[in-house]
Design a protein around this ligand. Sequence first.
Ligand code: IPE
Ligand code: IPE
Ligand code: MG
Length: 252
Amino acid sequence: MALWGRAKRDAQEIQLDATRLPRHVAIIMDGNGRWAKRRGQPRAFGHRAGVEALRAIIRHSSDIGIEALTIYAFSTENWSRPKDEVSALMSLLLEFFGREIEELHENRVCIRILGDVDGMPGPQREALRAAMERTRLNEGLKLNIALNYGSRAEIVRAARIIAERVERGELRADQVDSAIFEGCLYTAGLPDVDLLIRTSGEMRLSNFLLYQVSYAEFVVVDTLWPDFDLHAYRAALAEYQHRDRRFGGVKA
Ligand code: IPE
Ligand code: IPE
Ligand code: MG
């Protein structure tokens, strides 16, 4: 068993079929600001509480054997938020890696950053690179953190990488297929997203994994991210297990 003990009893009351878990879960962690506002606190207070919720979800994903967990932490559009909120988020990011990296590494979590790492501020960039390098060979949970991430930018980047290969004569245009294209996305080598969860009730993708969620099941919950506990997570996984996935075909 993983070093991280068991989930609380009430969460364990939600039965899951261990043979039918999603291989890849993606989460749009939304609602930190509203959570803080309801408490008369600044938005950064909600982001801090959101990190605590995230720790529990990562641990549980690892404990139950989810193969890949992708979380949306900061979008290319989030730079447009007030300066103090952006800097609070950047500080939290450093704090998170400083505090969690050992435990994640001990639990064999492999960290990958999806997004433009080069466009992050220096200290964050270094911390992200160090975390990826440190956990590179780990064979446990694949934890993908979308940071300075935008799906449109990711797709355009893939198109550019392919165009450059064609230009250099390494590839012919008629050889470009979905496998080659997928190999140029940040998610290269990961299975398709099976389950996409969004908290706080918004029914939109907000520029997250447009390509990769093509056949994902969507679960949107009204719970604000800091309140998204293991009970809520297992309920979302159970909901996924009730879905009838057809992938465009018909089922007998
Ligand atoms: C999600 O919570 C966290 C980030 C985008 C970093 P929000 O900050 O978007 O919270 P709301 O949607 O304003 O409540
Ligand atoms: C999406 O949430 C980005 C993250 C969760 C990091 P936003 O709060 O930024 O999305 P919108 O503005 O509601 O579309
Ligand atoms: Mg939001």
